[in-house]
Ligand binder design. Structure first.
Ligand SMILES: *Cc1c(COP(=O)(O)O)cnc(C)c1O
Length: 434
């Protein structure tokens, strides 16, 4: 499969290059030239298949031309070492729980898949040169990437995070791992971390010294595997006899997750329509209403993993539908919620159903509660385990959310990080010594 850039000014790339580079030379996002439809027989039997086997079928359609099938199977099974259940929350509203991975984040799937695929391609290169992944994080991405890449030979990961600005649980998830993961504690804010990473990619001497890449969510190997979730959701709903008029609702920030769902739809997945649920960051919502895409600075909200003012994957969605506002807005609708509304939703849902929503999932649940039409059945993604936002959830619901063992285990590790100023010269000097 060949990949072109959404900006249309970069050379066509193969998967190897798209995965190693991440972003095209013209700063565009890589798109596959063709999206293969899965056969009808696959959808006829899908309800009897397990998550891993469904995912392998989907992965073969996407990556099968470029990756040896046995290796691909190994990568898929290694990535999906956990389940992804749908849980009935209320009549006709189901939660697709995406938080059963190693760091309890849906990003675990893309991170692990990318790590293994990158490793596969490095092994094919003549010199097997070590690849260094730089990732700036405000919390969630760092933990998913660090854990996904942990112990993967030939790759070293540097996680840059703003000192004192990530939650204690999140910090433990990437500072206690050791091995090929180095946490860099930057005396600054998230934007400073991001600037250090960007400068590193542009610095010639540094790029001569070491091979650098990013594990950004725009990488095809990170966002596409999230499509597995939606095929699985369809299968589980079909088994319940509830899949005829399915509405899929995705709490969205950078729009990678919903973009993967839309790729699934393009492969033939029978979802009737989609809802992109947003917090107060309403750039996509406004686009749907007006046809104008006007990025703005992000605002801080309770659902902070969705605080994005210029979602990268908009370019992919726009391209997927031939830049047609009409096609996009007839398949996808939007919703936007303030922090007050998120709190109210969490309280009301808990009162009515005893289901504990996290602030991100709450946007998804409420968008279905507000937007579901007669005859439709809705599935929203619960994108984070409520314990990951324990202080907020406890506070809003007046409860004491139980911390799963897997999360608690991180808290026991010893924190190790490299202190760093926000000056690029310091960061560069450090990397030049590695
Ligand atoms: C990353 C994240 C999102 C947003 O996903 P996108 O793919 O960026 O749209 C939503 N909720 C949680 C908990 C996340 O970590």
């Amino acid at each position: 499969m060949k990949y072109y850039s959404t900006n249309g000014k970069a050379p066509i790339a193969d998967l190897h290059k798209a995965v190693v580079k991440g972003l095209a030379e013209d700063r565009g996002l890589y798109m596959p030239e063709e999206i293969k439809k899965l056969p009808k027989a696959f959808f006829d039997d899908i309800q009897d298949m397990k998550f891993q086997d469904i995912a392998y079928n989907v992965a073969s359609a996407f990556f099968g031309e470029d990756v040896d099938l046995d290796a691909l199977k190994d990568i898929v099974y290694d990535t999906l070492s956990f389940d992804c259940p749908v849980v009935e929350v209320k009549e006709n509203i189901y939660s697709l729980e995406l938080f059963h991975g190693p760091t309890l984040a849906f990003k675990d799937v893309g991170a692990r898949f990318m790590a293994r695929l990158l490793q596969y391609f490095i092994r094919q290169e003549a010199n097997h040169q070590q690849v260094n992944v730089l990732v700036a994080t405000s919390g969630d991405t760092g933990s998913a990437v660090a854990n996904g890449f942990l112990g993967v030979e030939g790759i070293h990961v540097y996680v840059l995070y703003p000192k004192g600005k990530v939650s204690p649980i999140q910090e433990c998830q990437f500072t206690t791992l050791g091995k090929n993961i180095t946490a860099i504690e930057v005396d600054g804010v998230f934007d400073d971390c991001q600037a250090l990473v960007k400068n590193a990619f542009m610095d010639e001497a540094l790029n001569q010294h070491m091979k650098l890449t990013s594990a950004n969510s725009i990488n095809v190997a990170r966002f596409l595997p999230q499509a597995f979730y939606y095929f699985n959701a369809y299968a589980r709903m079909k088994a319940l006899g509830k899949a005829d008029q399915l509405v899929m609702c995705v709490p969205s920030g950078n729009f990678g997750n919903i973009c993967a769902a839309l790729f699934g739809h393009a492969m033939g997945l029978p979802i009737k329509r989609f809802i992109a649920a947003n917090n107060a960051n309403d750039v996509f919502y406004n686009y749907l209403q007006t046809g104008r895409y006007e990025p703005k600075a992000s605002v801080q909200t309770l659902a902070n993993a969705m605080d994005v003012g210029d979602p990268s994957n908009f370019a992919r969605i726009y391209d997927l539908y031939g830049k047609s506002h009409e096609r996009i807005s007839s398949l996808i609708s939007g919703a936007t919620y303030s922090d007050d509304q998120i709190r109210e939703t969490m309280r009301q849902c808990y009162l009515d159903t005893k289901y504990i929503l996290d602030p991100h999932g709450a946007c998804g649940y409420q968008a279905l509660a507000d937007g579901l039409q007669a005859g439709e059945v809705g599935v929203f993604c619960e994108t984070a385990h409520p314990a990951k936002f324990k202080e907020k959830v406890d506070n809003i619901l007046g409860i004491d959310v139980e911390i799963p063992d897997r999360l608690a285990a991180f808290m026991k590790g010893k924190k190790q990080s490299v202190p760093m100023t926000k000056d690029f010269s310091d960061f560069k000097a450090y990397l030049m010594k590695q």
